[in-house]
Every structure is written in structure tokens, then in C-alpha cells.
Design a protein around this ligand. Structure first.
Ligand SMILES: Cc1cc2nc3c(=O)[nH]c(=O)nc-3n(C[C@H](O)[C@H](O)[C@H](O)COP(=O)(O)O)c2cc1C
Length: 397
């Protein structure tokens, strides 16, 4: 397609999104309408009773802004430095497994949108496109992996990640066993996906997804596989057999991090910490950053929320960058976390809804909305940039 017509199509799509999607939450009903129920609920859901999912939204109500007035904020911006890179805003796209099921080439679309907006994107180890393809689209992509029980397998994966050019590795520590998500069991959503009449019926009721995402992926890329769990094998996403892969990592401990630190020479971030003692441990073992998260409420239901523990974690980090996620939906949520001491925030579900609803344009729009909310929030707070929001919140009564 000629360049001019493709950019004209992009701007028409962007104009239509701007009318329909005014905040991140507006993507959710669009994704719900497009995706099979089992897939949508897999993305939306949390563990057990969903109390941590709810708490992740409520955590922001416990803090109120204390704005300063009559400050000249005409020259404000959202740029921040994290590690050795200047990003356009203090937020990025969290790693999410199985994105390729929700939209055609979803991980590539998210990587491209993040590159254009100059914010970080983290590719999940449970992704369906090779990590080598993604870094070609966005050389600043980070890679998320789980610890692999056997050391040879771990080294082979890290060698592959390094050879592809990734320089920031995120190790997710909060999945010793998978969280218990009853909606998935009820909807027949398993990993790998076992074909069933229930899933087929669900898919047939969503023809836009069936043709535009699933069949298109199958026709152009072949049967979907988990491409990056392991350096040596691809794991089919659809299989009649019971799962051969287990998420179980309950025998792993800090010695595995120590070993990994010895063989991974680049930046290492540990994700899924909530206890300040674990932050101290991560720092003393040589992590370059800590990521405070309850996994979006998908693992231990009833776990504390990041903002509840942020102050302790920031103190324990002693200057090490602190990242957090879980429940962030507004620029104001990000500003509150920055005021409480985090350096950076990541967004999960809304980015996946955005790509499911509108592909790369959807993700670009989601990023632009958040950035605009932050810019507006900075002015209203009386701050010109993120460093000026420190302590601009007080406990809400
Ligand atoms: C569908 C889905 C899949 C996810 N897969 C992973 C994953 O593969 N690795 C990981 O570290 N976190 C994963 N997460 C957790 C996110 O990285 C992030 O911690 C969480 O979504 C943040 O909460 P939020 O969705 O409320 O923004 C996943 C989350 C969702 C919604």
C-alpha cells in the first residue's frame, strides 16, 4: 500500500478511536465484544474471589493529591530517565502471555506502538512470536522470563535472549504455582488450549476475532506456539493432550537468582516482589531494579497492593530503581505512585484490550491517553515534571 494511503488510513482509525475511547477503561467493552468469552475472561480475571483485583483499583482512593497552585507549568513534560534510557513517559507495557491469541501479531503491534511513543514494552516469556522478531521491531524491548528449573535450560534461554540483543531481563518471581482462576476452568480455558465444543461455539459467536485474528494468524504464521519459554523447543498452544508443561516453580529459591545473576551480564529486574525484605535480598544479590506487583491480582488472592507496601520497598531499595504495576488505569494513578516513590509504572490488561480492539492504533491511542492525562495532572498539581510530584499526596481520610 502506498505510504500516503496507509498513513491516511491510520489517521482515520485514530480519529475514530479518539471519539469512542476517552480513557483506558473504554477499551474493555470493545475487547469484550470482540473476543471469545473464554479468552476475554482469561485476560480480565483474577485469582479466586478477585479481591486483589478490586483492591488494586481501590488502592488509589487511599491517597489524595495535595496540589500546589500558581506555579508556572507551561513547560511541563513527562520524560523520565530509567536505567540508562530517557523515556517519553514513566510507564510502559507489562509482559502478558498469550497476547497473540487476542489479536493478530499482538506482541509486534505493542512493540511497535511502544517504540513510536518511546516507552518500554516487555515481551512475555509466554509469547507466541519469536523474541528475535520482536526486537527487530523495537530494539528497546525488554524480555520477561520465568526461572527454569534445570541450569542448562536456563543458560540456553539466556544465551538466546542475549544473542537476540535484549539488554533488560525481567524475571517473574511470583508464579511458584499458577493462581487458581475459576473462570478459566468454567470457560474451558486451559494451557495448552484443549479444543472442545464449548470453545468452538464460543469462537463461532465471535466471527471478527475468528477471521481477523485466529484464522489470519493460522494462515499467515502457522499453528500458534509458545516460542520463547525454552531455547530448545516450541510448545503448541492448541493440543488435545493434557498439559506437558507445568508452571510449577515451587522448588526455586534465591540461589537460582544468584546463579542467574552470575551468567546474565546485562540488566536484571525482579518482578513480583511485595515484601521489603525481598527487595533487600534482590538488591544485595545484584538486581538492577525491583518490580513491585501482585501480578494484577492473578496469583495470590488477598495479597497486598503495591501502594500499600511501596514506601517500605522504596526504603529497602536504597536508590535502586523501583517499578510497580497492578491496577493502574489513569495518569493520576501513575502520579500518585510517583509521589509515593516509585520510579516507573507498567500497565497490563488495558494494553491487551487496546490491541484486541484496534491493533497497533489502539495501543498508540492508549499510550497517548495516559500521557495526556499525566500532562494535565502535572499542571493541576503545580508540577512541571515527574520529579516535582514527590510527596504531593496525603492519606485520604
Ligand atoms: C492476560 C495476562 C497475561 C499475563 N502474563 C504474564 C506473563 O506472562 N508474565 C508476567 O510476568 N506477568 C504476566 N501478567 C501480569 C502482568 O505483567 C502485570 O503484572 C499485570 O497485568 C498488571 O496488572 P494490570 O493488568 O491490572 O495492569 C499477565 C497479565 C495478564 C492480564
Amino acid at each position: 500500500m502506498p505510504r500516503s494511503s496507509s498513513s491516511a488510513r491510520r489517521s482515520t482509525a485514530a480519529a475514530s478511536l479518539s471519539r469512542r475511547v476517552l480513557c483506558l477503561d473504554d477499551f474493555e467493552p470493545l475487547a469484550r465484544a470482540r473476543l471469545p468469552r473464554a479468552l476475554f475472561e482469561y485476560i480480565r480475571g483474577g485469582a479466586e474471589d478477585g479481591s486483589s483485583v478490586r483492591a488494586n483499583r481501590q488502592q488509589f482512593h487511599r491517597w489524595a493529591f495535595l496540589p500546589a497552585t500558581l506555579r508556572n507549568t507551561a513547560e511541563r513534560h513527562t520524560r523520565v530517565q530509567l536505567f540508562d534510557t530517557e523515556w517519553a513517559a514513566p510507564f510502559g507495557i507489562a509482559p502478558m502471555g498469550g497476547c497473540g491469541l487476542a489479536a493478530y501479531r499482538a506482541d509486534l503491534a505493542m512493540a511497535a506502538a511502544a517504540a513510536r511513543a518511546q516507552v518500554p514494552h516487555v515481551l512475555s516469556g509466554a509469547s507466541l512470536v519469536t523474541l528475535e522478531k520482536v526486537i527487530q521491531v523495537n530494539p528497546h524491548t525488554w524480555f520477561q522470563a520465568y526461572l527454569v528449573p534445570d541450569p542448562a535450560g536456563q543458560t540456553a534461554l539466556l544465551d538466546r535472549v542475549a544473542a537476540a540483543g535484549y539488554r533488560t531481563l525481567v524475571i517473574t518471581t511470583d508464579v511458584p504455582v499458577p493462581g487458581y482462576r475459576e473462570a478459566d476452568l468454567r470457560n474451558g480455558y486451559t494451557s495448552p488450549l484443549r479444543p472442545s465444543a464449548q470453545l468452538a461455539f464460543d469462537a463461532l459467536r465471535h466471527p471478527r476475532w475468528l477471521c481477523g485474528s485466529f484464522a489470519r494468524t493460522w494462515a499467515r504464521e502457522g499453528a500458534p506456539h509458545f516460542e520463547n519459554f525454552d531455547a530448545r523447543q516450541r510448545i503448541p498452544v492448541l493440543s488435545r493432550r493434557a498439559p506437558t508443561r507445568s508452571h510449577r516453580r515451587d522448588a526455586m529459591d534465591w540461589t537460582h537468582i544468584e546463579r542467574l545473576r552470575a551468567v546474565w551480564p546485562y540488566r536484571l529486574v525482579l518482578k513480583g516482589l511485595l515484601d521489603a525484605n525481598d527487595v533487600t535480598r534482590a538488591r544485595t544479590l545484584g538486581a538492577d531494579g525491583v518490580w513491585i506487583s501482585n501480578h494484577g491480582g492473578r496469583q495470590l488472592d488477598g495479597a497486598v497492593t503495591p501502594l500499600q507496601v511501596l514506601a517500605h520497598c522504596v526504603a529497602a531499595a536504597q536508590g535502586l530503581p523501583v517499578i510497580c504495576d497492578s491496577g493502574f488505569r489513569r495518569g493520576s494513578d501513575i502520579l500518585k505512585a510517583l509521589a509515593l516513590g516509585t520510579d516507573f509504572v507498567f500497565i497490563g490488561r488495558p494494553m491487551l484490550y487496546a490491541v484486541a480492539a484496534a491493533g497497533e492504533a489502539g495501543v498508540s491511542h492508549a499510550i497517548a491517553l495516559l500521557q495526556a492525562e499525566m500532562l494535565r495532572g502535572l499542571a493541576l498539581l503545580g508540577a512541571r515534571h515527574c520529579n516535582e510530584v514527590a510527596e504531593r499526596v496525603v492519606p485520604a481520610t
